[in-house]
Structure formats: structure tokens, C-alpha cells
Design a protein around this ligand. Sequence first.
Ligand code: NAD
Ligand code: MN
Length: 357
Amino acid sequence: VKTYRIASIPADGIGPEVIAAGLQALEALARRDGGFTFDVTEFDWGSERYKKTGALMPANGRDEIKDFDAIFFGAVGAPDVPDHVTLWGLRLPICQGFDQYANVRPTKILPGITSPLAGVGPGDLDWVIVRENSEGEYSGNGGRTHQGMPEEVGTEVSIFTRTGVTRIMRYAFELARSRPRKLLTVVTKSNAQRFGMVMWDEIAAEVAKDFPDVTWDKMLVDAMTVRMVKDPKSLDTIVATNLHADILSDLAGALAGSLGVAPTGNIDPERRYPSMFEPIHGSAFDITGKGIANPVATFWTASQMLDHLGESNASERLMRAVEKVCADGILTPDVGGKATTQEVTEAVCEAIRGENI
Ligand code: NAD
Ligand code: MN
């Protein structure tokens, strides 16, 4: 029996609620499968720790988790701590420190869930967005001079490297190749941004030569938002920069019914460090403590985590269980239902235990 060591970081708001749900589902899967177990260590990193100690995570935090098989992350952000402090104090140090350069965001309309797009149902929207997760607009470069004065200048410098762009492009082409339609859309803004973005286009064309079986096209990010809404069926695998894909994937989550169903994996494809799996949504202060957070995004990212660990049977079983429960109409309020987090979680665990899942 294999034991996977999981570092869980529930952090803020609804993070602990959805991570608890995810761990229940993982436990049910381990029991059902019999071939593996989980050894979960929880870390109390987040905004409460920041308010007490001045740091969201310990200075040597990454060392504490570097030997785990995977990281299971909730959400970070508190009403009384600036968002740039929480983001740069916890999520980004882990993503960037462990060089999790591929942020993988599958999106599809689950059965029983209604898309805000009229006439678009399951099967009409089935995408994977690959977000460059290590550089670009979130390189942390820039500064402010003359702060607070009329002549103040603020810069936010995007950095794109040939190494960084080539590796994410190869990852995206490989992923597109592994999917039935073998279709990739490369998103940039190379009409207005003439340097890094034109380099993206050129590298895409170079990498494409190694993937003659993949059909690919280019889109400008603004036109891409229109295509996602008007012609979702024409898209399959999508690759974009850190900022562009951040925005496009929130849109994708909304088009698939709710941010509460959208998962993401922060992957180190070279497996030098643990990868990190999390729902896309934030800490959702407006519903914290009400017991109605949608756990589906967290189940889905747990499925991504199982796949990454090599447990593809359990990964697929979890998604079949989630799809069954959604199809049965056991849904939280954000997707039009009346069920609580715990009711959805129990239904998913029950489905996992069932005969024909
Ligand atoms: P949010 O994702 O927390 O919430 C946006 C809306 O979606 C809210 O109305 C919320 O109730 C709803 N929602 C989100 N997840 C849901 C779920 N699982 N079930 C049901 N409804 C859900 O985004 P926000 O309000 O812009 O940000 C709140 C805080 O979260 C901020 O501090 C922000 O910085 C942080 N944040 C963190 C992450 C992260 O940790 N990766 C991502 C986004 C935002
Ligand atoms: Mn985001």
C-alpha cells in the first residue's frame, strides 16, 4: 500500500471548509481503492498567522513542505489584510519557489449545472487553460518613485524569457496532443505589445514544428473573450500568459456555471518539487461560515492531484462521483441548488462507495 504525504494549507475564509470536504472525498477514495492511503499534515499558514506574527508562512516554510508528494491549498485573503500582501506572502512564494510553472485549469460544464450562455450545455464547452505561472506580468518587477507626489510614477514590468516561454509552450502542445481534438489556441496581445508578446508568437511557431499532429491558432486576448462567449465549441486547449490566463480562467469558470466549480493545478512538470492543487476561487468572505461553499472545485482539483500522483483510476472515479451528484441535482446555492457543503460532500463520498462508480 502506497502512502502519499500531503501538505494541506486550508488558509482563509472558505478555504478550511472546502479543504475539509476534499479530504473527506480523498479518504473515501483511499478506502474504496485499497492500494493507497494519505498521510496529511496541516499547516496553519494564512492571514490569521500574519496578524499574530507578521508573516503568512515561516521564513523556512518551503523547506517544511518540499518533501511532500503534493500540496492541497484552500484560499488566501482576508478583509483586513491587503490582497497583495496575502498573495505575495503565501501563494506566490510557493508557486514561484517550487517553479510550478504550469498552471493547469480544466473547465467544462458539468451535468446538472447551467451555463449563463444560452443553449450551451455539457459537451459544448470543454477546455483546458494553461497559464504561464512563473514570470510575465507577475514577475514582481517594477517600482514607485515620488510616492504620493504629483509626479509619482509606478511601473509594472513584465518579464518573458525564451526558456520560460518555450517550456510552457511545449507543455501546452503536449497537453493538446493528449486530448482527443488535438487543438491549441495561443493567446497574446502582440499587436499592442511588441516585445515579449511577439516573442510568444515566434516561439509558438517554432515549438509547433515538433507537433505536426496538433492544430493550432493564435488569438489576441481581447478577441479571445468574445470567442469564449460566442463560440465556446471552437476551443479546446488554450495557453496564455500569467495575467491573461488569470483573467480568462475566471471568465471560463463563470461560463461553466460558477467559480465554485473551477479547479487548478500548479504543476512542476519536471517533478523537482511538490505540485500544488487548489480551487480557483478566493476566500469568499460573503459566504464564510455559512456552510454553503461549493466543494466541487476542490473535489475536481483533488482529482487533478490524484492524476498527478499516478492514481488515474481514483482520479476518474472521483470525477464520475462528482458528475453523478451534480446530475442528481445535489448542488450548493451558487449553482442554483439548496444543498450545504456537507450534504454535497456526503453525497460524493456515498457515490464513491457505490458499486458502479
Ligand atoms: P472570491 O472567489 O473569494 O469570491 C467571488 C464570488 O464568488 C463571491 O460572491 C463568492 O461568494 C463566490 N464564490 C467563490 N467561491 C465559491 C464557492 N466555492 N462556493 C460558492 N460561491 C463561491 O473572490 P473575491 O471576492 O474577489 O476575493 C475574496 C478574497 O479572496 C480576496 O482577499 C482575494 O484576494 C482572495 N483571492 C484568493 C485567491 C486564492 O487564494 N487563490 C483567488 C482569488 C481571490
Ligand atoms: Mn485569479
